[in-house]
Design a protein. Structure first.
Length: 60
């Protein structure tokens, strides 16, 4: 006699994958350079252009 398995419950909304560039934070940081010798003065954060700040992986 075969045993029946109950189907696994279907999740309503699976979590989207994180953006590989910003790791889901929505921000990336860049080095800021100034002067003729292009010396480094610090870092600046900005919007991730791959996911546009949502933190989710692009679907394309």
């Amino acid at each position: 006699m075969a045993t029946r398995k109950t189907p696994a419950p279907v999740t309503a909304d699976p979590k989207p994958a994180k953006c590989p560039i910003c790791q889901g934070s929505g921000e990336v940081s860049r080095t800021v350079r100034v002067g003729r010798k292009r010396r480094t003065v610090g870092r600046q954060t900005g919007l991730c252009l791959a996911c546009l700040g949502s933190g989710e992986a692009p679907t394309d």
